[in-house]
Design a protein around this ligand. Structure first.
Ligand code: UDP
Ligand code: MG
Length: 321
């Protein structure tokens, strides 16, 4: 369904498109990436701004970004004071991006800059949020399985609809970005927050490419933390599971009472059964521990939120006024 373009100034050629790119040790690819992004936006006839967020890189990324920014005033760089993580870097980018539409992408060419025009096409049709639905992931089988399971579980248990296989790669309008910046969540999961704000959203299927150097900067441990953030920020089902478990233990408790009373008063064989007793108590001991663990996940998030530390600290800015 094609709609008339919005009749507002922001969709005219003078509209500014911001591209936020978090960078952690990506020196090798930065020049090529910058060129491809600028080409893609210019091809659509818009003005561009790239907001690189150097998330405490330890390689030459900082110098290369400074050089690129010195030759192109439309390239802005935020150098964070240390590595704060992908999601915090994105938040920094959002806070400083000034575009009428804002695109988020990774630096590693897994998000193909050549797809940017497709996002803009949907934007011109009137959508406020356009996100990539990742098809044909190139990661190994185990990672693909884990990602697929994560998106599906999150989709089932979250209290808002978070699209399956939608990552960070996408476009949001100025208005949506302003709303997202205002969200005070400390443990951030961008695809979830982006769904939460609402507006007119659409996903487009995009093939996820290979990393240029096959060395992911987001570790498996980071991905585990991110998936926990997504689940515990957008679902309270893990807590309510314990109502079910409590009912189950009540049922087992009643059965056990009947069993022991029967042997005490009818057969006189009250001693047998300690094996089953041990099994049942250890099983429910483990369930208790799991329950406390899940409570801990929520408490930890409350603690983080209450401490209210900033998500990131900016050490230095280039071409940001
Ligand atoms: N990144 C970052 N901070 C980090 C880890 C990663 O800014 O602590 C950046 C990284 O440079 C890349 C993007 O986040 O631009 C995604 O990283 P990666 O490709 O490792 O994630 P994956 O694609 O495996 O989810
Ligand atoms: Mg990547």
């Amino acid at each position: 369904m094609t709609e008339k373009p919005k009749a507002i100034g922001t969709l005219e050629a003078k509209a500014l498109i911001s591209v936020i790119i978090p960078v952690y040790n990506e020196a090798q690819i930065l020049r090529q990436l910058t060129q491809s992004v600028i080409q893609a936006i210019k091809a659509c006839g818009y003005q561009h701004e790239i907001v690189f967020v150097n998330d405490g890189s330890k390689d030459d990324s900082a110098e290369i970004l400074d050089n690129i920014a010195n030759t192109d005033p439309c390239v802005r760089v935020l150098h964070l004071s240390r590595n704060f993580g992908h999601q915090a870097a994105l938040q920094a980018g959002f806070t400083y991006a000034r575009g009428d539409a804002i695109i988020v992408m990774d630096a590693d060419l897994q998000d193909d800059p050549g797809q940017i025009p497709h996002f803009m096409e949907k934007w011109r049709e009137g959508y406020d949020v356009v996100f990539a639905i990742r098809v044909a992931r190139k990661e190994n089988l185990i990672k693909r399985f884990l990602f697929s399971a994560f998106y599906r579980i999150l989709n089932i248990i979250s209290h808002i609809s978070i699209p399956v296989d939608a990552g960070n790669f996408g476009l949001v309008t100025r208005q949506v970005a302003d709303e997202m910046i205002l969200l005070k969540d400390r443990d951030r999961y961008l695809p979830g927050l982006r769904s939460w704000v609402g507006f007119r959203q659409i996903g487009i299927k995009i093939e996820r490419g290979n990393r240029y150097d096959a060395r992911p900067r987001v570790s498996l441990n980071d991905l585990w933390r991110l998936s926990k953030n997504a689940i515990f920020s957008f679902s309270s089902i893990p807590l309510t599971i314990f109502y079910g478990i409590a009912l189950l233990s009540l049922f087992v408790f009643l059965c056990l009472i009947c069993f022991t009373l029967y042997h005490k008063f009818i057969t006189g064989l009250a001693i047998p059964g300690w094996t089953s007793f041990l099994m049942v108590t250890s099983f429910f001991g483990a369930i208790n521990a799991l329950g406390i663990g899940i409570l801990g996940e929520y408490v930890l998030r409350i603690y983080n939120q209450v401490r209210g530390r900033p998500l990131y600290i900016i050490k230095r800015k280039v071409n940001v006024h």
